[in-house]
Ligand binder design. Sequence first.
Ligand SMILES: [Zn+2]
Length: 689
Amino acid sequence: MTVRSIALAAASALALTAATPALADHHAASSEAEAPAGTAEIGPWGIDLEGRNLAVDPGDDFYEYAGGTWMANTEMPGDRSRYGSFDMLRERSEQQVRAILNDLAADPEAAGATGQMVGDFYGAWMDEEAIEARGTAPLAPYLARIDAIEDRAGLLEIFGTVGYDSPVGVGTLPDPADPTRYIAFASQAGLGMPSRDYYLDEGEDYVAFRAAYRDYIIRLHELAGIPDGAAKADRIIALETQMAEAHWEPARQRDIQQIYNPMNREQLAELAPQFDWSNWLDGMGFGIVDTVVAAETTAITAAGELLDSVSLDTWKEYLTFQFINDHAHFLPRAFDEAQFEFFGRTLRGTEEQRERWERGVALVNANIGEAIGQIYVDRHYSGEARRQMTELIVNLRAALRERLENSDWMDEETRAEAFAKLDAFDPRIGHPESWIDYSDLEVRRDDLLGNAIRAQQFAVDLDLERLPEPVDRSLWAMNPQTVNAYYSPLTNQITFPAAILQPPFFDPNADPAVNYGAIGAVIGHEIGHGFDDQGRRFDGTGRIRDWWSETTEQQFQERAARLGAQYSAVEVLPGLNLDGDLGMGENIGDLGGVEMAYAAYQRYVADHGEPPVLDGLTGDQRFFLSWAQVWRGLIRENRLREQALTGPHSPPEYRTNNVVPNIDAWYEAFDVGPDNAMYIPPEERVTIW
Ligand SMILES: [Zn+2]
């Protein structure tokens, strides 16, 4: 069964968790200067000084000033739609995982059962010859199940089966009303393209995307030897367009008040009787469940209506195409190339596929990630990193506490609640305390598609097993080898995997200003999610509860609205602006994160004395430069469009340039005044946390 997004989605990550590739090892800046030791990995003390564009005034375009020369001298790799510091660290993590895989392959006996499983998963992916030789045979049993559908009951059964698409996905998460237990949720799903705009927008780009989608559907039919591809493509697109018309906008999906609609089975039957909920839920293993959170209610109702109004044959055509589409990369090269042609080249503007091994690393990480994570942690995570991170988190919390104390717009009662929430924050660093046991998962060297389906089934079964139990707060939603971080409002946990504790985010040998400006602001970003427009609706236990007084809430809304307006004013492509509502949580996280980290850095300075000037840069300048260096990067136009439309993160440039001009200290650090392009008058700057 498909469980796509549910917006309250258990977690707000730092960045899109797109898997990524190639070869790292770049910046070896060599300046001598008055800097200390020179043991940092990037530059003499943690910043790539030569990557700056000194021809640009920092106050006119800080993003360009901080990374312009690097961006001008860096070519977008053909296999990328976005490329920057973040992606380079991801490449490094992939190389680290690749080394683990090679070691396991070289010495399977020493690797044990887990190593065997990892080696077979990866080996099945890498054996292209065997994949070609099998042709479309692996598809046959899965498509036969679709062919055998005779009525709506059969259709629903397939909708609830792992590996197949469905207009409504069902999954589990901690119950926002009682986060000590799990609840089931149902959410809109089923589109082949990224969001409803791709089906409905009349702009010429979208018209072209739709034409390319049609060609792609026809192509997959040809490759699979299924007749009448053109006529089927028209019917499939017509069906998905009807779904898209009822789908909620991404910004609306973020609103917990709109999507938290717990319903018992009777109410579900009223909402969308065609789903025959009792049988459907029982069949999917949710037999013990009485209540389901129906997220996008009207979209679910519309999906139910489509079950009746659209013919069974069209549904079967849709399911067949989507099954092949979802798994095309596990099939012979021609399928894989067709999938890349549409999703990579056309939708994102990427020129080439990533290398096979990189995609293999991503596949293994996604399916049995904790099996590798244990080895990764042994090799790449140190007690010193943990110690320094713990200290940073302590300072960030203290900084926010002080800012809450001094906040002039919170009344005392709300402030006390905010303190309670802050005190209850549960930070997690590096890796989970216990690991998933994959020993029941069958992995076969000669069955790539089957491995992928069984791994999905394994994950679903694990969720179903946990469903009747109390919420397990020790679980992680990211692997240790993932370069990212997240906040979960339902458990009030902030989580920092081992892999993000590397340059440019964190370097134990870097100047403290650099670490505060990068990983410090990341910590602040995650803490900030606890107090963003959605996170603030949850209390310290993860329960959804309104702990805000009316006047303080108004003050918050007023500030958030002004911040949203700043982002909505940004035109990223002709006629396409950012959506301040869609990005609200992430943008509050970024602004609050940098503000908190700056305050924490000031605490550090107060403890350790005024920092030295390094290479002509003050500590405050280095702090802001560090944040900008994290986000510097290149992005292709179509990827930019996708990110602006589907969010929630602002494109990298705006994570720098829309944040710093709201912070007074940035003006002082770089002597920015009314004549500078980025200048915002003090009364228009937004400070929330
Ligand atoms: Zn975030």
